[in-house]
Design a protein around this ligand. Structure first.
Ligand code: COA
Length: 332
């Protein structure tokens, strides 16, 4: 491809200080450290504290990404926040709060709703602006505060999720690299597999719906498990084909951190060693849109990603949605 390429020049992260271990959850619901670890690989997660929200976490992550890239706030053209847990149910968008908090005086701002696939959807969206040459500097953040929508009487869901934010600064670069291919997909006929029923325009919040607990996340765990180990995996293979590479060529797969078992099964289905998938779910649980940028950040810190590496991004989640991308890492 000729023309400017997208390059990730800065990464940032924020996780709340409060660590919630499996043992602590066991004091709230009928579960155990052994059950959670063996079924999910999760050992602990972070929960947002007082004064923390999706916007505050997103701004902290975004600030670190700007600092790492050495970019001034006024040089950012767009800020996109992928989230399912905005600070406000209608408006303003969380991205507007981040725009203000970081002083992104020239930036357009909007939120992107694709649940746990949101960061990869956002990455692909941001890259379109860079590749056409219309924008040169985009701050993409995945951030979610799912702890505030968990039903702590439902042990099948409340043990899975945590809070956090991850950010990537994407800039225009003359050298080829960045996004090589992508596959975006959705199956809205399966919306009910993972949903929050009340609080939107279809079922506005009422005292009755609140009493029924319709403000909490509900999930058909087995169906979501089956989906997560198949459809996104096929999409990743399609993305490699579109990029003219194979799964074996990928140096690291940075996938949505829903559950270690899902990623181990995906590795098996793809015929690659388990360590080809980066996994940090044991530390944070499922942080939805934040999980892929948090994984990317930690993988870089741990030296798992070298300049020139070929990465596979694999997102999947509520909607149902999935998003895969093949990325040539040019170095920060
Ligand atoms: C949720 C999930 C871990 C459940 O694992 P599972 O092996 O399918 O477990 P099941 O739902 O079959 O339940 C098995 C038993 O464990 C019990 N159980 C469920 N959650 C439990 C918990 N936290 N602690 C202890 N026991 C639990 C169930 O009640 C059930 O008991 P029963 O056999 O007496 O009825 C698994 O389905 C999963 O990972 N799904 C995908 C979830 C996900 O990642 N969603 C987000 C995608 S973006």
């Amino acid at each position: 491809m000729n023309g400017p390429s997208p390059r990730i020049t800065g990464l940032g992260r924020y996780v709340p200080a409060r660590i919630v271990t499996n043992d602590e959850l066991s004091t709230m619901v009928d579960t155990s450290d052994e059950w959670i670890r063996s079924r999910t690989g999760i050992a602990e997660r972070r929960f947002a504290g007082e004064g923390e929200s999706t916007a505050t976490m997103a701004a902290a992550a975004g600030s670190e990404a700007l600092e790492q890239a050495g970019v001034k706030p006024e040089d950012v053209d767009l800020v996109i926040v992928a989230t399912s847990t905005p600070d406000f149910p209608l408006f303003p968008s969380t991205s507007c709060l981040v725009q203000s908090a970081l002083g992104l005086s020239r930036a357009g701002a909007w939120d992107l709703s694709a649940a746990c696939s949101g960061f990869v959807y956002g990455l692909v969206t941001a890259c379109q602006f860079i590749e056409t040459g219309s924008q040169r500097c985009i701050l993409l953040i995945g951030a979610d505060t799912l702890s505030r929508s968990l039903d702590f009487s439902d042990r099948t869901t409340c043990v899975l999720f945590g809070d956090g934010a991850g950010a990537a600064l994407i800039q225009s670069d003359p050298e080829a690299g960045g996004l090589l291919s992508f596959v975006l997909g959705a199956d809205g006929s399966r919306a009910a597999d993972l949903e929050v029923v009340a609080g939107g325009s279809r079922s506005p919040m009422t005292a009755e719906r609140l009493a029924l607990g319709q403000n909490w996340i509900t999930m058909n765990g087995r169906e979501v498990y089956r989906f997560s180990t198949t459809v996104p995996v096929t999409a990743l293979v399609q993305a490699t084909e579109r990029a003219g590479v194979t799964i074996q060529d990928l140096d690291l797969i940075v996938a949505h951190q829903a559950n270690a078992r899902i990623l181990q099964t995906a590795a098996h289905n793809l015929g690659v060693p388990e360590d080809r998938f980066y996994i940090n779910v044991e530390r944070y649980g499922n942080t939805s849109a934040a999980s892929i940028p948090l994984a990317l950040y930690d993988a870089c810190v741990e030296g798992r990603i070298k300049p020139g590496a070929l990465l596979g991004f694999m997102g999947f989640g509520a909607g149902l949605t999935w998003a895969s991308a093949i990325w040539r890492w040019q170095g920060l």
